[in-house]
Ligand binder design. Structure first.
Ligand SMILES: *[C@@H]1O[C@H](CO)[C@@H](O)[C@H](O)[C@H]1NC(C)=O
Ligand SMILES: *[C@@H]1O[C@H](CO)[C@@H](O)[C@H](O)[C@H]1NC(C)=O
Ligand SMILES: *[C@@H]1O[C@H](CO)[C@@H](O)[C@H](O)[C@H]1NC(C)=O
Ligand SMILES: *[C@@H]1O[C@H](CO)[C@@H](O)[C@H](O)[C@H]1NC(C)=O
Length: 521
């Protein structure tokens, strides 16, 4: 078997089909994917396709410890009502250059979420708050006069930033195609495409070195790194900073972005085991892996893909793989969704009574706090109105706004009372009160993404023979798209190894009883 495939490789003739016919007759490649988020779902989807192209049959099992697919791409129903809008808690949007997400949305015939209600609210679009004042307020579809004011304030900085962003994104996009794709080492790929000097410095250093004015950086770009990655410019690398500025064609799937991953899994025909935690992965003498669930069930696989941050997987690996990913700091983020008939209080934002607070309140640091690592005096990263509509549970029914807050600590009654200018009780802040000031509230705490500190080396993708890791990409760029890209890359590397004839487990084509004996040895 091995010899045939080697020959095929050397001769560069299309023997893949010949190779695989006999291969298929005996055996399907058994693959375990641990994690059904963006990385794991994309691995399953692309692996099924790549393997099918090469005529290799697969038996893919996806283990997911949650009772839902999508991982950090997940929604909750507003007002806990199945007929009300699904609100994104994590990965909320993707953009035009996110080819995997965009293509999947089309392939699976998913529609884009509309924002008709919000368009009708006619409020100022976006404001950047520094804890004292709004340093910038924009209106959707602003006039020439709004543009002129921005030009006066920031000069050519927006234009230069846009060029810088396009150059970085252009380099990144070469990772999708040959000769860079598939890459065996993320560090090498990033060096090859010329992005190491962008990931190796802070956003602050990168912008300064490229002549972007301090004012635009502090007031606008930093507001974006704070809402997207809960980081100030001195604590996030240059590339992730540029990613924050790539917003063109932002979209979301009606009903929740997680549906893309659910469709990917369905299309892969993987066997998806929800509510199943993997506790142990043991390498067997023949090079295959025995995977053990927390309930004590075991099964054996040829390849295992770890598709989530290893440090939170609570997984014993025996023996330790050749490469063990480092433990890295992740951001502990509080995401709060709540509904209220009240708008944000203008007084809480030092505006005159009667003034409208913008729909998106982003934040930045005041000048005198410029070296703070953390939320600083604004106290939160962003507050936005994500949707609005009729609360089906109130009597009489009433129109309410649905807010989303990103903050470094739990949102409490004092804070809610302050921003709404209305008394909110502790009970309401914790659980909501159907006819109260806060009618519904959902608190979510998670490790949402790594702290994107500058770095020039990244985790290995191939931790050992037959053992793969998709999450190293998160410290390069943490988005749904890049996790999906990492899964696609791992799927391709795995398929290529199968085709080129990496080790074959002894007795790989024998009956299942053989495996049992191996385990017991
Ligand atoms: C696929 O693998 C799973 C897990 O090891 C196993 O339970 C199942 O029987 C396999 N299916 C086929 C068709 O071999
Ligand atoms: C796509 O969805 C729309 C409505 O959601 C439906 O009318 C259409 O037939 C679907 N197309 C395909 C190719 O499934
Ligand atoms: C998840 O599995 C546990 C047992 O491991 C069980 O007690 C629990 O009810 C399951 N949850 C759901 C939602 O299926
Ligand atoms: C409420 O939250 C604010 C920060 O938003 C914090 O300063 C305050 O100590 C909290 N109050 C209580 C009682 O926990």
């Amino acid at each position: 078997m091995m010899r045939i495939s080697r020959v095929a490789w050397l001769l560069q003739v299309p023997l893949i089909a010949a190779f695989s016919t006999s291969y298929k007759a005996h055996y399907a490649k058994r693959v375990a994917i641990i994690g059904a988020g963006a990385g794991g779902s994309s691995t399953a989807y692309h692996l099924a396709r790549y393997a099918a192209e090469a005529g290799i049959s697969t038996n893919i099992t996806v283990f997911e410890r949650n009772t839902y697919v999508g991982g950090r791409t997940t929604t909750v129903q507003a007002w806990n009502d199945p007929l009300s809008p699904a609100m994104e808690l994590g990965g909320a949007i993707f953009v035009e250059v996110n080819h995997i997400m965009m293509d999947a949305m089309q392939t699976f015939n998913l529609s884009a979420a509309g924002h008709d209600v919000l368009a009708r609210l006619e409020m100022p679009d976006l404001g950047i708050w520094n804890g004292q004042e709004f340093v910038l307020v924009t209106k959707a579809g602003g006039t020439w006069w709004d543009t002129a004011k921005l030009l006066w304030r920031y000069g050519a900085a927006p234009l230069w930033t846009n060029r810088l962003m396009k150059s970085a994104v252009g380099k990144f996009l070469t990772m999708y195609d040959e000769p860079v794709f598939p890459w065996k080492s993320l560090s090498d790929a990033i060096e090859r495409i010329g992005l190491l000097d962008v990931t190796g410095v802070t956003g602050e250093q990168y912008l300064k070195a490229n002549g972007i004015g301090r004012r635009f950086a502090d007031e606008v770009i930093q507001a974006s790194t704070r809402v997207n990655y809960a980081s100030n410019l001195a604590y996030i690398h240059g590339l992730e900073t540029m990613v924050c500025m790539a917003t063109s064609g932002a979209t979301a799937v009606e009903g929740g972005n997680w549906q893309i991953f659910a469709h990917m899994l369905k299309s892969s025909r993987a066997n998806v085991q929800l509510n199943t935690t993997i506790n142990r992965i043991s390498k067997r003498k023949d090079g295959s892996y025995q995977v053990t669930t927390s309930a004590g069930d075991t099964s054996v696989f040829d390849d295992v893909v770890l598709a989530g941050p290893l440090q939170y997987a609570n997984l014993a690996m025996d023996p330790a793989p050749k490469h063990v990913p480092d433990e890295i700091p992740y951001t502990k983020l509080y995401t709060t969704l709540f509904s209220s008939p009240h708008r944000l209080s203008p007084e809480a934002f030092n505006l005159g009574s009667g003034a409208a607070v913008p729909q998106y309140v982003l934040t930045t640091l005041p000048l005198w706090e410029d070296s703070v690592d953390g939320v600083g005096s604004p106290g939160f990263y962003s507050i936005s109105i994500s949707d609005a509509g009729t609360n089906p549970h109130t009597s009489p029914r009433r129109f309410e706004y649905i807010y989303k807050i990103f903050s470094p600590s739990r949102v409490n009654a004092t804070f809610l009372s302050h921003i709404l200018g209305q008394k909110v009780s502790d009970e309401e802040a914790a659980h909501g009160d159907v006819d109260g000031t806060v009618s519904w509230i959902h608190h979510k705490i998670w490790y949402s993404y790594p702290r994107e500190y500058p770095r020039v080396t990244f985790e290995e993708l191939r931790l050992d023979d037959g053992l793969w890791y998709t999450s190293g990409i998160e410290s390069f760029i943490s988005t749904m798209e890049t996790s999906a890209l990492s899964g696609k890359n791992v799927a391709r590397l795995m398929r290529d190894e199968w085709v080129s004839g990496r080790y074959k487990p002894e007795g790989w084509n024998q009956d299942p009883a053989y495996e049992v004996k191996q385990v017991q040895m």
